[in-house]
Ligand binder design. Sequence first.
Ligand SMILES: *[C@@H]1O[C@H](CO)[C@@H](O)[C@H](O)[C@H]1NC(C)=O
Ligand SMILES: *[C@@H]1O[C@H](CO)[C@@H](O)[C@H](O)[C@H]1NC(C)=O
Ligand SMILES: *[C@@H]1O[C@H](CO)[C@@H](O)[C@H](O)[C@H]1NC(C)=O
Length: 551
Amino acid sequence: MGNFTTSSILLLFLFSSVVTSLPLSTNSRWIVDDRGRRVKLACVNWASHMEPVLAEGLSKQPMDTIAKRIVSMGFNCVRFTWPLYLITNDSLASLTVRQSFQQLGLLESIAGIQDNNPSIIDVSLIKAYQAVVSSLGENNVMVILDNHISKPGWCCSNLDDNGFFGDKYFDPDLWITGLTRMATLFNGVTNVVGMSLRNEPRGPKQNINDWYKYMPKGAEAVHSANPNVLVILSGLSFDRDLSFLKNQQLKLTFSGKLVFEAHWYGFSDGQTTWVKDNPNEVCGRVATYMMNTSGYLVDQGYPLFIGEFGIDQSGANVNGNRYISCFLGVAAELDLDWALWTLAGSYYVRDGVVGLNEYYGAMDYNWCGARNSSFIQRISALQSPFRGPGLSEAKPHKVIFHPLTGLCITRKSLVHPLQLGPCSDAYPWSYSPQKTLVVKGTRFCLQTDASGTSLKLCIFCTGSNSKWETISDSKMHLSAKLRDGKSICLDVASDNTIITNGCKCISKDNTCDPSSQWFKLVDSTRSSTRVERSLLQYLPGKGLVPNHLVG
Ligand SMILES: *[C@@H]1O[C@H](CO)[C@@H](O)[C@H](O)[C@H]1NC(C)=O
Ligand SMILES: *[C@@H]1O[C@H](CO)[C@@H](O)[C@H](O)[C@H]1NC(C)=O
Ligand SMILES: *[C@@H]1O[C@H](CO)[C@@H](O)[C@H](O)[C@H]1NC(C)=O
């Protein structure tokens, strides 16, 4: 009990000391708060753009309960979708929630909303949308208003006529009117920190000229109606391509508010790419594509927001399973801002199916808890920033991140072997030009003696058995050579101990999955409580002595 109280107070203290002071703006590639401190957007998408035009799940749980579950899963933000017609079509905007569901014959949902969220059942759709934003605000959840589509419904296809300026349902002037109204409506609502101007531009009409013609108009309209929000712009081809910005800068009258958005799924590169080809080769290829089409923007001084990524969380889709380890490696390395697709455990109706189960959903079918807590655990390392302005608690170092588990290399105490643990406890490393991995602030380097055994920290790091190269197309295998010249790779035993093994399916083979051997060296300035407490010193004549016993 005593312990519990102390840690709760500590927790409270930690939370209050990191309270974000809004509004947000940009400082080079980082999103920062009012005091210049980095804010990492760790969002989840919450759909409110489907036929009923109501935030999903409100027939299952009270909105406050859902907001609290979002927070308890570690998200600090929601990318909240809306269809353009919600704000430009008066007869739609003024429909009550009850009328909207009645029109669609969704009577069971009406009963559910009446039970769980009685305060919104007879208010207009736009008021219901505002109520959800307020509820998120009361729970300190930031919101990005995402214009997802024009005509309410599931998005997106090349041929849905909602794809690009000039499409049947995508009139540029009406879009600017809608953005202006939405920006105005939420001016002064402090937890609305950004607006994503249009989701996944696409389709036969898409072209770069019109992108440069209309995107700045939308951006200026939003900024003049509400100068507090980040203005988030999406690329072409379903948010996959912002490469054209290399050749032509976007000209805006304002600064410090522009963020670019990209999407990246396992199927973005083909439904079966990850299964058909060797995962190292695919990861190398698609990560290069991503860097070339959107990732490069961070080097040019723009924040990049991955507005959608996600997988079937049942684990049934091998293509998705292989992709997500590669994605998490890249997202950790670049320390990107992001939004998981999606929150919904189920939809009121999707593709004509009432109560469709959403296997990509963070919530379970009844919106009671996490669908797959191991998936949430896996992305949790990416929910806090590794680095950025105002966060330098520790000197720059590397942490060794393991995307398959979402954990980092650490150890419980000096008598334990190196193992995987929470990234908040990660050992800080430096990676030298000689390719040694040295525990920061010590002389101890990572060394292997034999395949299949745990690793050692030694102080003589001259042999090939302490020289760690990043190999394979994915560059995610950390490989050294044993004394007999055999190459081995860092791997993880079933008890999470770090070991070495023969390197797995480095190329060609598409049947084997190398991801237990995938690690990323991630730049970090997070303070690493673990090692500072257990730092070792080498005293001549005495050998290794824990810091606190020295002197
Ligand atoms: C406006 O919304 C109503 C109600 O959903 C719909 O019947 C109508 O077709 C919409 N009008 C336009 C111009 O989209
Ligand atoms: C990078 O993108 C450009 C277009 O901006 C393209 O011409 C080039 O082939 C791409 N390079 C790679 C390695 O994908
Ligand atoms: C959660 O995901 C893991 C990894 O894909 C999978 O093995 C497990 O079966 C999933 N659990 C549930 C409850 O879907």
